[in-house]
Design a binder for this molecule. Structure first.
Ligand code: NAD
Ligand code: UFG
Length: 335
């Protein structure tokens, strides 16, 4: 039997495919490559010496997805596929609702049709919005502030209803990621955003390559230790391993489960810049700019539930994260 990984050519998906293959599981990837490259498949093979099956299919095309389930023996699904840029979702809400919701509805329908009831879903800490009580626990009420976040909230609600309607069948694990950074230690796979990045680590990496001349730190007047925003950064390989723990969980128990995946520790923007400079011996010029609209001061996870129920603990350090992010870009320089 195989694990179907939707969005398996993307940043988190590709790292999870590597962990699955290395654990001896068979993998089928479905990705329409709208935000990833086909070359990732060769890199996955180089790392694992195993080849996942691949279908270039858009999940919004239900019949094509149905045919994959007809051909392959799939017993569980990890669903990464989706659009994820917050700002873009504000400008193009319909594209976000179309892509993220329709693809998930199609997937659930096709899974039911083929008696496949084990699902791990990529949600996000964005479903918590601007939380006052830190660290953030899973029972914090939803409060989304942009269409991207709302698609995650809506999908979580759909999954809850689906599990409620058929509790003896469905086994669903919702994972709320905090801020994934880093890359595989081989330097073969990592994060490759198109154009000017929105997120902190990809931006720092481009500054380190002199593709951008400086970082703008969005505000140093927050109520945090050094005034800059605090987030819970988690190494993407730790995050990937969290998915294996989630699969293990739903293979043993039916129902719906929700977990934060983070380290439980917050780091400020300045701390990230300083760690990047120290570990990689490279200068990151920066200026302090205005706050970015919609940003919050601090966000970090309470990781107790994942630790107790999944046995998941992130093991990589901030130094590992900044080193691996830099190693990936150095290894994949095109000039
Ligand atoms: P990514 O863009 O690198 O990967 C997503 C993949 O899905 C891409 O390869 C893309 O081509 C594919 N895809 C998108 N729509 C598709 C469709 N309709 N049919 C088939 N394939 C489709 O993103 P990522 O960073 O790896 O994120 C994976 C998941 O985790 C997403 O659902 C994202 O919302 C969620 N998430 C990401 C972060 C983060 O900071 N990276 C944080 C929280 C949650
Ligand atoms: N930041 C800067 N300069 C930049 C980019 C970011 O100072 O050029 C700061 C932000 O103000 C924030 C921190 O760096 O304080 C992290 O910002 P990111 O954009 O990297 O991450 P966010 O926490 O804003 O959001 C990310 C994803 C969301 C997801 C959320 C929680 O982009 O999709 O993490 O998982 F919902």
């Amino acid at each position: 039997m195989s694990v179907l990984v939707t969005g398996g050519c993307g940043f988190i998906g590709s790292h999870t495919v590597v962990e699955l293959l290395e654990e001896g599981q068979d993998v089928v990837i479905v990705d329409n490559l709208c935000n990833s490259k086909i070359e990732v498949l060769g890199k996955i093979e180089e790392i694992t010496k195993r080849k996942p099956k691949f279908y270039q299919v858009d999940l919004c095309q239900k019949e094509e997805l149905n045919q994959i389930f007809q051909k392959e023996k799939i017993d569980s699904v990890i669903h990464f596929a989706g659009l994820k840029a917050v700002g873009e979702s504000v400008r193009e809400p319909l594209r976000y609702y179309q892509n993220n919701l329709i693809s998930t509805l199609n997937l659930l329908e096709v899974m039911e049709k083929h008696d496949c009831f084990q699902l791990v879903f990529s949600s996000s800490a964005t479903v918590y919005g601007d939380v006052k009580k830190l660290p953030i626990k899973e029972d914090t009420p939803f409060s989304t502030t942009n269409p991207y976040g709302t698609t995650k909230r809506m999908i979580e609600e759909i999954l809850t209803d689906v599990a409620y309607a058929n509790p003896e069948k469905w086994r669903i694990c919702i994972l709320r990621y905090f801020n994934p950074i880093g890359a595989h230690s081989s330097g073969l796979i990592g994060e490759d955003p198109h154009g000017i990045p929105n997120n902190l680590m990809p931006y720092i990496v481009k500054v380190s390559q002199k593709e951008l001349d400086h970082l703008t730190i969005y505000g140093n007047d927050y109520n945090t230790e050094d005034g800059t925003g605090v987030r819970d950064y988690i190494h993407v390989v730790d995050l990937a391993q969290g998915h294996l723990k989630a699969l293990e969980k739903i293979r043993k128990s039916n129902g719906i489960f929700i977990y934060n995946l983070g380290t439980g520790k917050g780091h400020s923007v300045l701390e990230i810049v300083q760690a990047f400079e120290r570990v990689n011996q490279v200068k990151i010029p920066y200026v302090i700019g205005a706050r970015r609209p919609g940003d919050i001061a601090s966000c970090y996870a309470d990781v107790t539930k994942a630790q107790e129920e999944l046995g998941f603990v992130a093991s990589k350090t901030l130094d590992d994260m900044v080193r691996d992010s830099y190693h990936y870009v150095q290894k994949n320089k095109t000039h």
